[in-house]
Design a protein around this ligand. Structure first.
Ligand code: ATP
Ligand code: F1X
Length: 303
């Protein structure tokens, strides 16, 4: 079974406006409230691709109930830990530019964390845990490392989609997949990366440091994939980017869904890029249908 962990879920409150005027009353043209958080997005996308997963993490209050109910209504199984306080609301403003204001989320007690560690300790060989999203500011920064250590003991594969410092701590535990974007890869190595050719040597270094499979996304410039036996680059489909929120999560879900089906990293990488663009070209998350429409436009080359 695939488990997705979102330490700090959200309601994503998406508002569309022609223009945002700071210091004035702005009114929305369109709005939507959807369950959010990176692991949760991976679960939603996996479901749309016909793959079951269990979404876990911490939820609280009426906002937390909304997240749980909305996921279950879409057929995603959940196993959340209920905490005091309320799940955050993240505001996503789409005007001339995309602006995001992410909340802090509730405090998580040491007892809540122990419950989470207990759940992760029950996973087994054959299970996959997706660790995605930031660690809440008030939480121990070593939590991912601790969870991945537990997984390495029980034989669970781990996928990590997290920023620089977090990545550093998990690489020695040989994660199955990591997916930094080019900014995160650049920050990790202290360099500027703009194009796939510049990303390839650094993606290879991440494999040397322990990652089994690495995808680096470079937004509209393409993506690269590296593991111990192959290096690939991909073009991305052309289209109008309507909202890139969740595009990275879609790549993780797309890779896992296709890899489970075919066992081919190359096919999985291609599908992953199409899934990322399907979301980038949609308001909200993309769908399986949109992903498959775009698949033909993704050209994968061996490097
Ligand atoms: N301009 C674009 N044209 C086509 N596809 C795009 C574009 N921008 C993003 N995408 C798709 O989304 C994927 C992920 O984009 P990006 O590199 O911005 O990842 P990310 O920063 O992890 O995303 P996010 O944090 O917004 O979820 C790309 O690999 C591509 O498939
Ligand atoms: O604050 P974090 O955990 O870094 O990111 C959370 C978030 O911005 O990421 C998702 C898109 O990837 C959204 O659904 C959600 O609001």
């Amino acid at each position: 079974m695939i488990y997705t962990l979102t330490l700090n879920p959200s309601i994503d409150y998406i508002v569309a406006l022609d223009k945002v005027e700071l210091g004035a009353l702005n009114r929305t043209k369109k709005e939507a409230k959807i369950p959010g958080g990176k692991g949760i997005n991976v679960s939603l996308l996996l479901r749309s691709m016909g793959v079951d997963s269990i979404a876990t993490g911490f939820i609280g209050g009426f906002t937390g109930r909304f997240v749980k109910d909305a996921l279950e209504a879409k057929g995603v199984k959940t196993s959340f830990i209920e905490v005091d306080g309320e799940t955050r609301i993240n505001v996503k403003m789409k005007a001339e530019e995309e602006t995001e204001i992410n909340g802090q989320g509730p405090a998580i007690s040491a007892d809540d964390l122990d419950v989470l560690k207990g759940k992760i300790a029950e996973l087994r060989s054959g299970d996959t845990l997706v660790l995605a999203g930031s660690i809440p500011s008030r939480m121990d920064k070593n939590i991912y490392k601790e969870l991945i250590r537990i997984c390495s003991e029980n034989g669970t594969e781990v996928v990590v989609d997290a920023e620089g410092d977090l990545l550093k701590t998990v690489l020695p535990y040989r994660p199955f997949l990591i997916k930094p974007n080019h900014h995160e890869l650049g920050q990790f190595f202290g360099v500027d990366i703009h194009m796939p050719d510049e990303a390839l040597p650094f993606a290879k270094k991440l494999v040397e440091l322990g990652a089994k499979n690495v995808i680096v996304s470079l937004a509209g410039e393409g993506a690269v994939f590296v593991n111990e036996t192959m290096a690939l680059s991909a073009t991305v489909p052309k289209g109008e980017v309507r909202s890139s929120i969740g595009a990275g999560d879609s790549m993780v879900a797309g890779f896992l869904a296709k890899y489970l089906e075919t066992g081919s990293e190359k096919e999985a990488f291609r599908y992953s890029v199409a899934a990322g663009s399907a979301t980038a070209f949609s308001i909200g998350l993309g769908t399986k249908e949109k992903t498959e429409e775009l698949l033909e436009e993704v050209e994968v080359t061996e490097r």
